[in-house]
Design a protein around this ligand. Sequence first.
Ligand SMILES: Cc1cc2nc3c(=O)[nH]c(=O)nc-3n(C[C@H](O)[C@H](O)[C@H](O)COP(=O)(O)OP(=O)(O)OC[C@H]3O[C@@H](n4cnc5c(N)ncnc54)[C@H](O)[C@@H]3O)c2cc1C
Length: 429
Amino acid sequence: MRLNPESRRLFLQRSAALLGGASLAGCATAPSQPAKAQVLVVGGGFGGATAAKYLRFLSDGRVGVTLVEPSSAFVSCPMSNLVLEGEKQIIDLTHGYGGLEALGVKRLQTRVSRIDAIGKRAQLADGSWLLYDKLLLSPGIDFNWNAIAGLQAANKAGQVLQAWKAGPETTALRAQLEAMPDGGVYAISIPEAPYRCPPGPYERASLVASYFKRVKPKSKVLILDANPDITSKAGLFRKVWAEHYPGMVEYRPQHKVLAVDGAKRTLKFELQEDLRADVLNVLPPMQAGELATANGLATVNARWCGVDYLNFASTQHKDIHVIGDAIQIAPLMPKSAHMASSHAKVAAAQIVAELLGLPLNPAPMLTNTCYSLVSRNLAIHVASVHAYDAADKTYKTVPGSGGVSSQANEIEAAYAQHWAKTIWADSLN
Ligand SMILES: Cc1cc2nc3c(=O)[nH]c(=O)nc-3n(C[C@H](O)[C@H](O)[C@H](O)COP(=O)(O)OP(=O)(O)OC[C@H]3O[C@@H](n4cnc5c(N)ncnc54)[C@H](O)[C@@H]3O)c2cc1C
């Protein structure tokens, strides 16, 4: 198992404390077999799965970890745009939870429906309650369907898909693209930032264009963006569209969708004329997963969870930690799988330290790399390093760290595939 530097520091610090005879917090008076502290992890996506693993690993099995996740398997959003391209299938992105179970994580395939923060317990879908010492939530995002009139009905009818949670909708959107005649129009509508995966919609537009270029060259990709400009890797995406998909990809900024007519495949905007497309892919505005919003944890604009960035404790309850897409981001912190995994490692290390009576790491760091495939064999990337600033209680990007591709290239397409395999293994095994 590989360790990042801060995990290694904590691991060594913990080992030294134990070898030096330090007693475990809360266990000093127990004569033998002190009860294990219990961490309940909710959500087995990138943040939750990684946290469950690192809680077991960094505590050397001294912390009990239960993972609650309704899905029987983990389905990766990263690489799911390649399903729309036709290069991958959903099964290629689907992984079991056996690796976590082998590490001693107890898995419950159900949902948490309610949190009792005072009683330190969480209620499961069957009505039973689980007690915890620490609760770690990584519930991802949910959609604000009400922001766009007619969208939820059109989605339920299968007419207008989002496919922003990888799974059956991804496959259904691929089927719509396959059924679309050559010469048709695919339109993707992007909500105002912040939303899950800033470069994801532009990657999707590029990969749909890659499919059209091979199979339906008279077709068109329309990007209707509620934002004033491309929100990530703007210059690189523009160059890709001009060089690889001229006349096929069209980008229109400041197109905020207000209503959808699923039967007529039509969008209504705040300012512009109505627009019809053969395949409509509308990404609704997003917010923290429903569990967080329904339990009073979404303290920022009632959308995102405010946290203490030192240990990802909720600003509402010190024993509830929130990570991943659900949190209010620090400046320049993307809502990405890589970032959720980074949050998970910091939060796991700090929770283990707290439960074992060790000092918290005062200077945690986070990293992020986002690859975007722009065809089957070309990719671009952006990377950054974020350091905790104790004075301002936030993360700031480290000057001179990170970087961005100079142009789309083949070697980064190979790196992107390896990045995915590595992060899946790091989260689940
Ligand atoms: C098309 C697309 C492409 C992307 N590409 C990339 C990429 O290349 N690189 C990258 O870094 N990121 C990428 N992302 C972003 C990435 O998928 C997310 O940022 C990441 O999944 C966030 O992790 P999370 O743990 O916060 O949420 P998730 O991974 O969504 O996990 C949330 C989990 O919580 C569970 N859950 C929710 N509510 C409950 C409840 N009440 N009880 C129990 N369980 C619950 C859900 O079932 C889910 O499994 C992409 C996203 C999309 C849509």
